[in-house]
Design a protein around this ligand. Structure first.
Ligand code: FAD
Length: 503
């Protein structure tokens, strides 16, 4: 395999990778971005790039023969998941022993599949999680910069109160209020002006057509439309898709050498390549970056890496659950897929929880209120290298998930008691399962800022190696994480471009 070289290589094109690519490109540094997923810019036989949640096809999931949606069943019936043919689809569910992790695959990473909720964390909790970071600088400079670049906007409150598409949210808000709980609007990167046009019938429907976890064909300002478009616009950035980085090592002159697999639409490896670079930015997400670093340390490829690499991983306390409403409390057959409100009980020191009011668009009235609870679960786990299998394992246990469930249960028991309602038992596979405690949307940690790296994301023990993604966040941030990941990446790039790359 021939060695090509570039001054800078970025592994992964999610939030951390997109910020790194743009700021490197603007600084005039020729940069190569390597992404294992597809470039999602061509339409299928239906004229669309992405498929909808209600009729998934091969585009939905990463090399599967059947979809693995978060809600396994409805009325215990296996009606949600569908057989598909293997393909580099946009959503992956990575299975570890006691936890599975949903991640986006493609140029844009998680931005292609997520709910777009763009939440800035509470300053006090941010300071608790990142004691070495200047909070004033974050909230004065980097959070505003991240929100502006990501195209964050908010639903018009008047439209929200009147539209059928958010009846499900208003019903959940009422149930929370009956329990004396606070709710708050949450901004999003979905263009709400576009959504109002969808509702009026003057624009092609996306969020109002069940599109979200398998991609949005319209309306969503995913990274390919924001940071990555700007990065390509600098003329200094190249993106290679369907190319997976399998190993990182260092040449005698200190440059990094990456090995990649070229993966075709059937999943076959059609070739391997090698790249050399001076500056290496790891942004494969919490799983991707942790895997590369743990493997590099334990195989001796990067012997400088220390024991903090792979540590400090958490689920952001994620627990999904649903309540059954009374027949008169309808949620509506029509539901927008972009969440716009959360139940905010984080200030409750006994049981801090922030619960997103999630949509369940099935095209008929089902009286279900669905929630994704983010709990202040203090449990953390570690990635380890399994030498025999050549794979990375995650030490998270079912008992650690039970901590999140206990916290979510406390909050929702209150809501059920105040409304004389019950949980739904039919949504998560087995007969009496109320809490989906076996998956997370928010993998965080594995290369924590200030522990495995210095206070700016420079990996300890390896000069000119940087981490810019969710692996920097120590397992929990109390809200949906991509605004935090983006802002921290902006902060890292400011510092690195000022101090490390000067000629
Ligand atoms: P990612 O966005 O995961 O990007 C990593 C990229 O690197 C991926 O494209 C991956 O394919 C690629 N990669 C990994 N390893 C390699 C390798 N070895 N070689 C080449 N490429 C590699 N967050 C919010 O803030 N709000 C929400 O509403 C929200 N909703 C969500 C809904 C779903 C269904 C999911 C799955 C997530 C959601 N999230 C949400 C979480 C959010 O998307 C993630 O926190 C975010 O994408 C993480 O950013 P990142 O830069 O760390 O990595």
């Amino acid at each position: 395999a021939a060695v090509e070289s570039a001054p800078a290589v970025v592994v992964g094109s999610g939030y951390g990778g997109a910020v790194a690519a743009l700021r490197l490109g603007q600084a005039g540094i020729r940069t190569l971005v390597l992404e294992m997923g597809r470039l999602w810019n061509t339409t299928g036989p239906d004229g669309k790039v992405f498929c909808s949640t209600l009729s998934p096809d091969r585009r939905s999931m990463w090399f599967r023969t059947r979809t693995e949606a978060p809600l396994a069943t409805f009325l215990w019936l296996d009606v949600v998941n569908k057989d598909i043919s293997p393909y580099p689809g946009v959503l992956d569910r990575v299975h570890f022993d006691a936890m599975s992790v949903y991640v986006g695959r493609g140029v844009g990473g998680g931005s292609l599949v997520n709910g777009g909720m763009a939440v800035t964390p509470r300053p006090d909790y941010f300071a608790e999680q990142f004691p070495a970071v200047d909070v004033n600088e974050m909230y004065g400079t980097y959070f505003p910069r991240a929100r502006a670049m990501l195209g964050v906007n908010s639903v018009d409150p008047d439209w929200f109160e009147s539209t059928e598409w958010y009846r499900f949210t208003r019903t959940s808000r009422k149930a929370a209020a009956n329990a004396g709980l606070k709710t708050a609007f949450v901004p999003n990167v979905y263009d709400f002006g576009y959504m109002e046009k969808e509702a009026a019938g003057t624009a092609t429907r996306s969020a109002l057509a069940g599109e979200v976890i398998y991609g949005n064909n319209h309306g969503k300002r995913s990274l390919d439309k924001t940071y990555l478009a700007a990065a390509l616009g600098t003329g200094n950035v190249t993106v290679h898709s369907q190319e997976k980085v399998t190993g990182v090592t260092r040449a005698a002159d200190g440059t990094y050498v990456l090995t990649t697999d070229l993966v075709d639409d059937t999943g076959a490896v059609t070739g391997t390549r090698q790249y050399g670079c001076t500056y290496l930015f790891l942004a494969g997400g919490s799983l991707g970056t942790s895997e590369l670093l743990v493997r590099a340390r334990d195989t001796g490829a990067l012997p400088g890496l220390g024991s903090e690499v792979g540590a400090g991983w958490g689920t952001n306390g994620n627990t999904m659950l649903a309540r059954a409403n009374h027949v008169w409390d309808t949620v509506g057959a029509n539901q927008a897929t972009m969440p716009v409100m959360g139940i905010d009980d984080w200030a409750n020191a006994d049981n801090p929880v922030f619960a997103e009011i999630a949509p369940l668009p099935m095209g008929f009235e089902h009286w279900v209120s669905l929630y994704l609870a983010i709990t202040k679960n203090p449990e953390r786990a570690r990635f380890t290298y399994d030498t025999a299998a050549g794979t990375v394992r995650l030490g998270w246990t079912a008992a650690q998930s039970a901590v999140s469930v206990g916290m979510a249960r406390k909050l929702f028991d209150r809501i059920n008691a105040a409304n004389a309602t019950i949980y739904r038992y039919d949504l998560f596979g087995s007969p009496s399962k109320v809490f989906a405690d076996d998956f997370t949307y928010h993998p965080l940690g594995g290369c924590v800022l200030g522990r495995a790296t210095d206070d700016y994301g420079r990996v300890k023990g390896c000069s000119r190696l940087y981490v810019t993604d969710g692996s920097l966040v120590p397992g929990n941030i109390g809200v949906n994480p991509f605004v935090t990941i983006t802002a921290l990446a902006e902060r890292t790039m400011d510092r690195v471009l000022a101090e490390d790359t000067a000629p």
